[in-house]
Structures are given as C-alpha cells and as structure tokens.
Design a binder for this molecule. Structure first.
Ligand code: FES
Length: 104
C-alpha cells in the first residue's frame, strides 16, 4: 500500500475558499471543497505563474486571478481560455479528518 501525504485538516478548507499547501517534492498544491468532497490540483496556473488559490472558485471551477482562464478542478480540464493545458490533479484520500494524497 502506498504512503499517504497529509495536506491539511478538512475543516481548514471551505467551499469557495481553496487553500494552498506546500509539501516537499511537489509544486504548491491547491485544496478545494465542493459538494462536501475535497479535491487537489497543482496551485500554479498552466498559462503563467499565478496561484489558482488566489482566484475565484465557482462551483467546481476555479478562475485564474491573472487572465481569467479557468479550469474544472475536479477533472483538471480547461473551461476557459487563454489556458489550454489542463491542471494537474491528485486523487484525494480522506484519512481521519485530513485531506491526503498518495505519495508520488
Ligand atoms: Fe492563469 Fe494567464 S496566468 S490565465
């Protein structure tokens, strides 16, 4: 069984207020809540050096604060230009009130 990396407590994330988490060996990550589930993506926009957690969450979408590009953070797919490269997503495991991902 692979090892889990704890990112944050579930209570630290609320819908419409994603948070950034930095862990060793990975780019900054964004943790989101949507419909009582948690999702993790890279926090760096694929169009430039913007943090997605500084953008606006709308349902299951996150809009970049720089040029208005947007992604579905559940799937990583682009939903609005100028972005065209999907956002990296990480499968989430909830373990004892913590949002975790598997260690890559
Ligand atoms: Fe995100 Fe340009 S840096 S849309």
């Amino acid at each position: 069984m692979s090892e889990l990396m704890m990112l944050c407590k579930t209570a630290e994330v609320t819908e419409d207020a994603p948070i950034q988490v930095v862990v060793d060996g990975l780019p900054p990550l964004a943790v989101y809540e949507f419909n009582k589930s948690y999702y993790v993506t890279s926090d760096i926009c694929t169009h430039g050096m913007a943090f997605m957690t500084e953008g606006e969450q709308d349902g299951n979408e996150i809009e970049c604060p720089f040029h208005g590009g947007a992604f579905n953070f559940v799937t990583g797919e682009v939903v609005s230009m100028p972005c065209h490269i999907p956002l990296e997503t990480f499968p989430v495991v909830i373990n004892d009130e913590y949002v975790c991902i598997e260690k890559p």
